[in-house]
Design a protein around this ligand. Structure first.
Ligand code: ZN
Ligand code: ZN
Length: 100
C-alpha cells in the first residue's frame, strides 16, 4: 500500500510546515517515497523516474482549489478566501475515497 505511505508522508510534511512555495519545488518518489527537487527527473535515491506532479499538485488534487487563483480551499467553502471567486461544487475526477 504505497499510497498509504505516501499519504502519511504528505501529512508529515504538512506538519513540518511546508508552504505552497516549498511544495511546488518538491516531488516525492513513488517508488521509495524519498523527496526530490521539482527540477529532478529521476530519484537520487533509487533512480526511478519521478512523477511530473509536484507535492503541491498532489496536494491540490486531493483538495478543492480555486479555479481562478489556485488557492486550496476547504471543501465546504462556497467562495475563494483569496479572490472571492464562487467555487463550483464539482469534483473534477471521481476519486475513490474508501479507506483500505
Ligand atoms: Zn526513489
Ligand atoms: Zn481564488
Amino acid at each position: 500500500m504505497t499510497d498509504r505511505i505516501q499519504a502519511l508522508r504528505l501529512e508529515g510534511m504538512k506538519r513540518f510546515g511546508f508552504g505552497p512555495d516549498v511544495m511546488k519545488q518538491t516531488k516525492v518518489c513513488r517508488v521509495c517515497g524519498g523527496t526530490a527537487d521539482a527540477a529532478q527527473r529521476y530519484c537520487s535515491d533509487c533512480g526511478a523516474e519521478l512523477p511530473r506532479e509536484t507535492l503541491f499538485d498532489l496536494y491540490k488534487s486531493h483538495h478543492l482549489s480555486c479555479t481562478k487563483c489556485g488557492t486550496v480551499v476547504a471543501s465546504t467553502s462556497a467562495y475563494c478566501p483569496e479572490c472571492g471567486t464562487r467555487l463550483a461544487r464539482r469534483t473534477p475526477r471521481p476519486l475513490r475515497r474508501e479507506v483500505g
